[in-house]
Design a protein around this ligand. Structure first.
Ligand SMILES: C[S@@+](CC[C@H](N)C(=O)[O-])C[C@H]1O[C@@H](n2cnc3c(N)ncnc32)[C@H](O)[C@@H]1O
Length: 187
């Protein structure tokens, strides 16, 4: 595993859990990984990994994971939680500022990109995912209005950069699933 802090000029923080207990696997993590359906040996990007809970599920499925979070504290927790589980590289950075991949698949759970100042998140996702590769965004959205707003705005952003998109609702959560159009999925 590696902890890298590219372009920030900051040093790597010490790897401790800073007194944080292990956060629990929630239904949003399980659903997101189920929808992504990682295959052993795939290269998968998790954006906004937080404590690294979905990262752990991806590693257990045999994926090689790159986890990114703009919080040093979260990256430290992610590394601590997933020590020894598999191939994990972690970056403390806003993912839009990185040039990573392209990956077979990418995932973001409870990261409300459309609500953030537009940092080019959709374009960055298109660069990060291979043609034919998959993308899953899951948001907990107890109110249908929130689910609709996220689904419509995220889908519009992704269609605009070359993803085919589908959306799904389940138990207070919404998923936006994308496949990047390109050579790999032309019949
Ligand atoms: C609400 S938390 C969700 C954490 C985790 N995915 C989960 O569901 O348990 C959102 C996380 O995304 C990170 N984040 C938000 N925007 C980001 C970006 N543009 N690049 C990297 N990390 C980001 C935040 O630092 C935060 O840790």
């Amino acid at each position: 595993m590696a902890l890298l802090t590219p372009r920030s000029g900051r040093g790597s923080p010490t790897v401790t859990n800073g007194g944080m207990g292990l956060a629990e696997i929630a239904k949003r993590h399980r659903w997101a990984v189920e929808l992504l359906a990682p295959v052993k040996g795939e290269q998968v990007l998790e954006i906004g990994c937080g404590h690294g809970i979905a990262t752990g599920l991806l590693l257990k499925a045999g994926a090689a994971v790159v986890a990114v979070d703009r919080s040093d504290k979260m990256i430290t927790a992610c590394i601590k939680r997933n020590a020894g589980l598999g191939s994990l590289t972690a970056f403390a950075s806003a993912f839009e500022t990185l040039e990573l991949g392209p990956f077979d698949a990418a995932l973001a759970v409870n990261v409300d990109f459309p609500r953030q100042k537009d940092t080019g998140w959709a374009r960055a996702m298109a660069k990060a995912v291979k043609p034919g590769g998959r993308l899953v965004l899951v948001l907990e959205a107890p109110a249908i209005r929130t689910a609709d707003r996220f689904a419509m705005e995220a889908a519009a952003g992704l269609v605009g950069v070359g993803f085919e998109v589908d959306t799904e609702l389940r138990e207070g959560m919404v998923a936006v699933k994308g496949v990047r159009v390109g050579a790999a999925n032309r019949g």
